[in-house]
Write a protein of this length. Structure first.
Length: 379
């Protein structure tokens, strides 16, 4: 079977764009290459990402675009105009890794839907991106032979909001990458010295955008800070969109001296930041999967997160969960973890065990099964 994969969102620069979908594509390709030596893959990538950059075996051929298709204004015409021409007579199946397949695809399609935030929270998206995502996702989902989703929560939303038959939706969960594990204590000490980190601090990691609920985190931290004044909050992540209210609320709460925005954290250093933190706090309103809490647990860090969307599915009983709208409950959860060493030790062990339940090898195996189901049905 000849399988074409749209990997244009696989980034090769060290920036916040390497989050999310880029890591998903990278890990699926790596683990598919380990288990599938029979099918032939054509991997379409953005400009500059060639065969040598990805290190895939001979049955995986990488075809970089001449255009910077990481830019949606260029990628969208490629998806809908150029891709159907490339597929004709050269592929048996197409996999779109972010919601969309060519509407005029000449071959069967598989798409991955990570979340439906653009439907649930349309106000948090730029109009151009939202309109295209909404229309193209609905049409692609109706026509796709299989839809891969990253959580049971996303499956329920795809079935409920897009009207897709449940038998066409396959759950293929994400996982923490291999370097997210408890690091050596010497490495953590070196990180503290390098960045001037205190012995205790709260950590958030994620893009600065409305649905990450950082204003509520600041309000909860203001309550905690009055009781534990020597523990700062460090916020890691690049500026996404509509982030100005975060900084306005920071000033209103007079927290400039106790909250530090550290910007994008290099992914190679990120496990050290997780491990150095006393507690990882992730009060997001909505997640298709919720990778940061899983990464933090894999590094042995106690986790506090929201009890909404997919987050309970990811964290299970290994973390503390509160309503993302309740800053008082969030503050109490933070205070408990900061002041109870036994609770921190218990959450650490539960988190490590929970993180081991997720595997990229399993994700790749489920993905390959979906390919084979579509290919077999068509044959």
């Amino acid at each position: 079977m000849r399988i074409a994969i749209n990997a244009h969102l696989l980034a090769h620069t060290r920036s916040f764009r390497r989050a999310g979908v880029s890591h998903y594509i990278e890990q699926v390709l790596i683990h598919l290459a380990q288990i599938d030596h029979r099918n032939h893959y054509t991997i379409y990538t953005t400009r500059g990402l060639d065969q040598s950059a990805l290190g895939l075996p001979a049955n995986f051929v990488v075809k970089p675009s001449r255009l910077p298709t990481i830019n949606p204004r260029i990628r969208i015409p490629w998806e809908q105009g150029i891709a159907p021409l490339l597929l004709r007579g050269k592929a048996d199946l197409y996999h779109g890794c972010l919601n969309v397949a060519p509407l005029l695809s000449p071959v069967p399609t598989v798409i991955t839907i990570h979340d439906l935030a653009f439907i649930r929270f349309p106000q948090t998206f730029r109009a151009y991106n939202r309109i295209y995502l909404d229309l193209a996702t609905r049409l692609s989902a109706r026509r796709a032979d299989r839809i891969l989703v990253v959580s049971e929560h996303t499956k329920r939303e795809v079935v409920g909001l897009l009207g897709v038959p449940t038998e066409r939706v396959v759950v293929t969960p994400n996982a923490a990458r291999h370097h997210f594990r408890p690091p050596a204590s010497t490495a953590i000490a070196q990180l503290r010295a390098r960045h001037g980190l205190p012995e205790q601090f709260l950590l958030y990691v994620g893009t600065l955008e409305p649905r990450k609920n950082l204003t509520t985190l600041l309000e909860a931290f203001a309550l905690v800070s009055a009781r534990v004044p020597d523990v700062p909050l460090l916020i890691g992540g690049g500026k996404g969109w509509m982030y100005q209210p975060i900084f306005a609320r920071l000033d209103q709460l007079n927290l400039r001296d106790r909250v530090k925005f550290v910007g994008y954290i290099d992914e190679e250093e990120l496990p050290l930041w997780y491990a150095a933190a006393t507690v990882f706090v992730f009060p997001s309103i909505y997640e298709g999967f919720g990778m940061p809490p899983l990464e933090a647990m894999a590094c042995g860090t106690p986790v506090i997160t929201s009890n909404t969307s997919s987050l309970p599915e990811v964290v299970g009983d290994a973390g503390l969960m509160v309503s993302p709208a309740d800053q008082q409950a969030l503050a109490e959860a933070i205070y408990r973890v900061l002041t109870d060493a036994d609770l921190r030790a218990d959450l650490r062990q539960r988190g490590l065990a929970r993180a081991r339940q997720f595997s990229w090898a399993d994700t790749a195996a489920r993905t390959l099964e979906a390919y084979q189901a579509v290919g077999g049905a068509r044959r």
